[in-house]
Design a protein around this ligand. Structure first.
Ligand SMILES: Cc1cc2nc3c(=O)[nH]c(=O)nc-3n(C[C@H](O)[C@H](O)[C@H](O)COP(=O)(O)OP(=O)(O)OC[C@H]3O[C@@H](n4cnc5c(N)ncnc54)[C@H](O)[C@@H]3O)c2cc1C
Length: 539
């Protein structure tokens, strides 16, 4: 079957790209997705996040290789395997990133990606509850809702604690600056997940020129003798199928699977491909390199006053929250548990915020085994978590074998720089300063973990090494840049030296952004789709 464009991966980015490319009706578009449809009620209700966390039907459930600096642990790396991708299973915290992040993108050899140039695409993709402003759009598909005004009293006490420490309060992390403490925005519309599958793809699928193949796993790209990519080979319900693209194939399979698919197709480091018996079609040494992520840990507190633990743990409490959601589309089931937080300077010497904080009015352990469920601790509690905004450790994604069905080797190489270790210590001390503030006196009964016994840098670092985990912001594995030795795509997201192929997803980030990365991934998709259409009409 022949289409103008084929988009591989119906995730946060792919749904947007397929929708925009098909909008004019002039181009035929096929979207290929390895997972099924995101029809279940649990994708709609924000609290449904916990249901997909360990569900292999909708989640690739990857693990890293043993991480040397984290006690040899294999870190859990969930990824959405369903229409909507990771955007269907994520926690919906909506943060664009710092303006400086995009200045760095531009400075890395990418004209057109500075903050003033990406802001119009952030505005285009959103309808913000605050209405239109220089910072916000009011006419885009994704609905963004501030949680301000709906937070738990302990979250408000956290903000008072920050104020007491002289940390400025920030009304809007997606406004003039991310710096300071505040309440997060979430991508919800009337208490339901507002993501690219629901808001872009579902309406677009009514168009006759857009088709989707679900349960279709792309296993390699079809490449002509002259090196041009002409289509995709997929496995669908045990059958091999080939689809042809007249114009372009767009890879949007995410930061793990996009480099994997390129390597399986002979696009990657020639030596690495040789080891697996794969013929090199284009030596692109940067494919799968530059992997970045945010590594996070939580400090746990027993509370003197009730938090959400009791209600989340009891059937009556759950029924009450469920009813509030059903009748009013509000309450804790309509929100992220990451209610408050912000972007802080870990020491006075830091020139910009380098530590991101999450405050949860609930304490729960995330079990490392799919057999256990995410349950609140059996007493009132809350947690404060942190990660470095711009960690400097870099890792790799590489195929484990020439078989598409084998998971790739994920090696983030966490905590491999002195800078990242210093930031762990800065973040740990910051947690303590906040919890010790007078404003939290009425709440903090005890620091349960790491506990006050962790009273030296070495002990705090050990706690982090043994308890930290990904917060699922893998990116950068097909980075954008001008040098084909160090990057994979150019500033128009075309793969260097491979006609007919682009990458438009979180893989193209030259550097991770300060904050959660779904919003910048969707921005990349809006801008990427606009560039593809510009280049198509100018042919
Ligand atoms: C549990 C979790 C919580 C998160 N919380 C937040 C948050 O609160 N805020 C935030 O900003 N970010 C969050 N993130 C991160 C964010 O959701 C992702 O970074 C973002 O969705 C990545 O978008 P993407 O389009 O690059 O990839 P994805 O959305 O992962 O999409 C890739 C798609 O490609 C499909 N695919 C992969 N391989 C193939 C193949 N070979 N053939 C066909 N299809 C294929 C996948 O099934 C998937 O649908 C979270 C992520 C997770 C997993």
């Amino acid at each position: 079957m022949i289409f103008d464009f084929i988009v591989v991966g119906a995730g946060s980015a792919g749904c947007i790209v397929a929708s925009r490319l098909s909008e004019s009706g002039r181009h035929s578009v096929l979207l290929i997705e390895a997972g099924g449809e995101d029809k279940s009620f649990w994708f709609k209700i924000p609290v449904g996040y916990a249901k997909s966390y360990y569900n292999p039907r909708v989640n690739w459930m990857y693990r890293t290789e043993p991480e040397a600096n984290l006690g040899g642990r294999r870190i859990y790396a969930p990824r959405g395997k369903v229409q909507g991708g990771s955007g269907s299973i994520n926690a919906m915290v909506f943060v664009r990133g710092a303006a400086e992040d995009f200045e760095d993108w531009r400075a890395a050899g990418n004209p057109g990606w500075g903050f003033d140039e990406v802001l119009p695409f952030f505005r285009k993709l959103e309808t913000h509850a605050r209405g239109e402003s220089p910072w916000h759009g009011d006419n885009g598909p994704i609905h963004v809702t501030p949680m301000r005004g709906a937070t738990h009293p302990v979250s408000d006490a956290f903000l008072d604690a920050c104020d007491e420490l002289g940390i400025p309060l920030n009304e809007d992390f997606n406004g003039a600056t991310i710096a300071g403490a505040g309440v997060y925005d979430v991508n919800t519309r009337r208490g339901q997940r507002s993501h690219s599958s629901a808001e872009y793809l579902r309406p677009a699928l009514k168009r006759p020129n857009l088709s989707i193949e679900r349960q279709a796993h792309a296993r390699r790209l079809l490449i002509e003798q002259d090196g041009r990519v002409s289509g995709v080979e997929v496995i669908q319900r045990g059958e091999v199928r080939k689809f042809t693209a007249r114009r372009e194939v767009v890879l949007a399979a995410g930061a793990v699977d996009t480099p994997k698919l390129m390597q399986l197709s002979g696009l990657g480091d020639g030596c690495q491909l040789f080891v697996h018996g794969i013929e090199t079609r284009k030596h692109l040494p940067a494919v799968g390199k530059n992997l970045q992520d945010h590594l996070c840990t939580s400090f746990y507190y027993r509370s003197k006053q009730p938090t959400l633990n009791g209600e989340f743990a009891s059937l009556i409490g759950q029924a009450r929250f469920g009813l509030t959601w059903l009748l009013k589309r509000s309450g804790p089931f309509a929100m992220s548990v990451n209610q408050a937080g912000g972007f802080f300077r870990g020491s006075p010497e830091e020139t910009r915020p380098n530590i991101q904080v999450y405050f949860n009015p609930l304490s729960y352990r995330i079990p490392d085994s799919p057999k256990a469920s995410l349950t609140p601790e059996p007493y009132p509690g809350f947690l404060i978590a942190f990660n470095a905004c711009r960690p400097t450790s870099k890792g790799t994604i590489s195929i484990a074998s020439p078989e598409a069905s084998d998971a790739p080797l994920i090696r983030p190489n966490y905590l491999s720089t002195d800078r990242d270790i210093q930031e762990v210590l800065q973040g740990s001390r910051l947690m303590r300063r906040i919890a010790d503030a007078r404003a939290l006196d009425g709440w903090v009964e005890e620091e349960v973990s790491p506990s006050k016994a962790a009273d030296t840098d070495d002990k705090l670092l050990d706690y982090f090494r043994l308890n930290s985990g990904s917060i699922y912001h893998l990116c950068g594995t097909c980075a954008m840049g001008s040098d084909p030795r160090e990057s994979v795509v150019d500033a128009r997201l075309r793969v260097h030296g491979v006609p007919g192929l682009r990458v438009v997803d979180a893989s193209v980030f030259p550097n991770i952004t300060a904050g959660n990365i779904n919003a910048p991934t969707m921005m990349v998709a809006e801008k990427g789709a606009a560039m593809i259409l510009e280049d198509t009409t100018s042919v």
